[in-house]
Write a protein that binds this ligand. Structure first.
Ligand code: ZN
Length: 359
């Protein structure tokens, strides 16, 4: 190689070395820069948590992790039975320990999103195709209360709801979430209880009954109504989810009928409600109940991009393996008798042929 060329190559190598060293030093300086409050909060699995930063990444204090449902022992974190090593922790001058939010989210495959200008990290529920041909009665309720402040038929009396739960318990029925359909073969007599609209009595009157009988229910919340008049607040949505007895799913964003909606509107309904519920409950919803139960082919196609299950109000018993975007329900109203409720439970867990479904 000519000497001139060799000298040029050496100079380039030296320059590259200097640049790499500078970059490493800058990185190390940032990495080990003292943590300071970022002035921002993130919603981590539904819990609002203040973050710290060193100018490079956002960190959460390990003291806040129990509020998010995360347990930490040494450098092993656990969330809903999933354990992950979180690596080295940073310490501030007061001895408090911190973890980078993003790497924590990666370890638990949390979904990231923005809601009302706030970042959220929410758990994803893993779902798989249920074994086909099992009958699962899905009951549809709305509000719970003796006093009706609205459409009377939509209010089930607490005492009557309790009698229904008692019947389920005494007769070996198992209340499940839609996600439990993934392992439906584990249940002998599965039924699903659903409550549409997200009324605040679902927190004050329904939850104590679910706790008493250890039963599960799914609430379909209207995205924009979180915190609205007579509706569940963000805190109640989180508390219900944390109880382990309630799954919060989507009832759209505005509660407008989706059957006649155009594509941009449908996208907004699906996306915004999913975001609002994921932020508030800390779990990404995977089911949508169509307002008034009606949907078009377009509704179901777009709903299917965001959700695995689409629920309607059509009277009938859902059979696993049939169209998962056209799930039938059985309405339980104020005048539904206990005998009618009992009769509707009978097919739970029984095998059957797939039905011919009409939208
Ligand atoms: Zn509704």
């Amino acid at each position: 190689m000519p000497q001139k060329k060799r000298r040029k190559r050496t100079a380039l190598l030296v320059l590259a070395g200097i640049l790499a060293a500078l970059a490493l030093t800058a990185g190390a300086l940032l990495l080990f820069a003292p943590l300071r409050p970022s002035g921002r909060q993130v919603l981590l699995c539904g819990a609002p948590v203040s973050t710290m930063t060193n100018g490079l990444r956002a960190y959460v204090c390990t003291d806040a992790l129990p509020d998010c449902g995360i347990r930490l022992e040494g450098t092993t974190a656990e969330l809903d039975g999933v354990r992950a090593d979180v690596g080295a922790l940073l310490r501030d001058q007061d001895g408090k320990q911190y973890l980078p939010v993003r790497s924590l989210a990666r370890k638990f495959s949390l979904a990231w999103g923005l809601w009302n200008g706030q970042q959220y990290y929410a758990r994803r529920v893993s779902l798989s195709e249920p074994k086909a041909g099992v009958q699962v009665p899905v009951f549809m309720y709305h509000a719970v209360g003796d006093d009706c402040w609205g459409e009377e038929s939509l209010f089930v009396r607490p005492a009557e709801l309790e009698a229904q739960l008692q019947y389920l318990q005494e007769n070996g029925y198992e209340t499940i979430f839609f996600e439990d359909l993934s392992h439906i073969e584990q249940y002998e007599k599965p039924v699903i209880l659903t409550f549409d609209d997200g009324y605040d009595d679902n927190y004050t009157l329904l939850l104590p009954l679910l706790e008493k009988y250890q039963m599960k229910a799914t609430i379909f919340m209207i995205g924009r109504d979180i915190g609205g008049n007579r509706k569940l607040t963000q805190e109640q949505v989180l508390a219900l989810t944390r109880s382990g007895l309630v799954s919060i799913q989507s009832h759209g964003w505005s509660h407008h009928e989706m059957e006649t909606m155009k594509r941009p509107e449908l996208l907004k309904e699906m996306f915004r409600s999913r975001n609002a519920i994921a932020a508030a409950s800390g779990r990404v919803p995977y089911a949508v109940s169509y307002p008034n139960g009606r949907s078009s082919e377009r509704t179901r196609k777009i709903a299917g991009w965001f959700y695995t299950y689409g629920i309607r109000t059509f009277e009938g018993v859902y059979v696993t393996g049939s169209d998962s975007m056209l799930i039938e329900r059985i309405a339980v109203k104020r005048d539904t008798t206990l005998e009618a409720f009992q009769a509707a439970c009978q097919s739970a867990g029984q095998p059957t042929a797939l039905p011919q479904q009409t939208p």
